[in-house]
Write a protein that binds this ligand. Structure first.
Ligand code: CP
Length: 327
């Protein structure tokens, strides 16, 4: 049985095969490949794209998807082992996950970072608990460390718009009203390294990605020939780039400047003008207009965020098929 919760769960060869499968099915959609199959989606956090793209992938191909919203539509779940459950979480994953996996063929889990520490994100304890207690494949719908389906959908979007085997891409930090998790930028970096793309990560001082994710990306890059650069200067990071990928994430240091003092990091039309003439703009969504990204960028022809969101469906359809074929 295979799970897909981190990019490292797939080999380079499997990533390539999934991309080819996606491209073939985009041209000629398959029939009822998920007939009688049920995906249970467990949401600890809200979603628009992830829920809709997983659900439509199942429904369009003869299957069914059931969303369980932890703490609202279904019981609040305890995930820590060995605790006395005298608080507001009446059910433990130790029972809940085996029950779900008796009744469904595949489990999707969304559980964001607690924001407590990088060590906590690295443990990825909720998704690890689901993997431990499930007897069916588990697929990440974004966890503390990674959002791997988003990462692969982003790679597909770049392949479709940039005709180069080794595009030059820039992952750029943006301001936000709150410190967002780093799962999306982590997955974008890891996926670019696995695809052999050349990537520059630009962020203010005190907003670095975690050492462990950078180390993993550098190990991938050694195998694929990807070049990874780091910058604290937004203008130089986007110069001549073919992809600007904007994302807000929280500080890595307690001495980091506050986000509202960093408004020069809002992605603006000016940054598109500094880039390669064929540049595309990407963002995983949801995006806060004129806080993370200026209207002039989001409303430009270079903006591919809707293609990117649709590609979640295509990537996940192929991933679900891959996991069910290996269970
Ligand atoms: N990009 C993404 O995962 O969107 P949702 O949070 O709406 O699912």
């Amino acid at each position: 049985m295979r799970h897909f919760t981190h990019l490292r769960d797939l080999t380079f060869h499997e990533i390539g095969s999934i991309m080819h499968q996606v491209e073939a099915w985009k041209a000629h959609p398959p029939d009822d490949i998920f007939s009688n199959k049920i995906l249970a989606m467990v949401f600890f956090n809200p979603s628009l794209r992830t829920r809709l793209s997983f659900e439509t992938a199942m429904l369009r191909h003869g299957g069914h998807a059931i969303a369980l919203e932890v703490g609202t539509g279904s019981w609040n779940l305890e995930t820590e082992p060995g605790v006395t459950m005298n608080g507001n979480k009446p059910e433990h994953v130790r029972e809940a996950v085996p029950v779900i996996s008796r009744l469904a063929d595949l489990i999707g889990v969304r559980s964001f970072s607690s924001g407590l520490s990088e060590i906590d994100d690295e443990r990825d304890s909720v998704i690890q608990a689901f993997k431990s207690f499930s007897s069916v494949p588990v697929i990440s719908m974004e966890s503390a460390r990674e959002h791997p389906c988003q990462g692969l959908a982003d790679m597909l979007t770049i392949r479709e718009h940039i005709n180069s085997p080794r595009p030059k891409v820039s992952l750029v930090w943006a301001p936000h009203i709150k410190p967002l998790p780093r799962a999306v930028p982590n997955s974008f970096l890891l996926s670019c390294a696995a695809m052999g793309y050349n990537i520059t990560i630009a962020n203010p001082m005190g907003y670095d990605l975690s050492h462990s994710v950078i180390q993993e990306a550098q190990n991938l890059a050694k195998q694929t020939g990807s070049d990874i650069q780091f910058s604290h200067d937004l203008d130089s990071a986007v110069k001549d780039t073919q992809v600007i990928y904007t994302k807000a994430w929280g500080p890595s240091s307690s001495s980091a400047p506050s986000m509202n003092s960093l408004m020069s990091w809002v992605t603006h039309e000016r940054h598109l003008e500094l880039a390669d003439p064929r540049v595309i703009f990407m963002h995983c969504l949801p995006v806060r207009r004129n806080l993370e990204v200026d209207d002039s960028v989001l409303d430009s022809p270079q903006c591919k965020v809707i293609d990117e969101a649709e590609n979640r469906f295509h990537i996940q359809r192929a991933l679900i098929h891959f996991l069910l074929s290996h269970s």
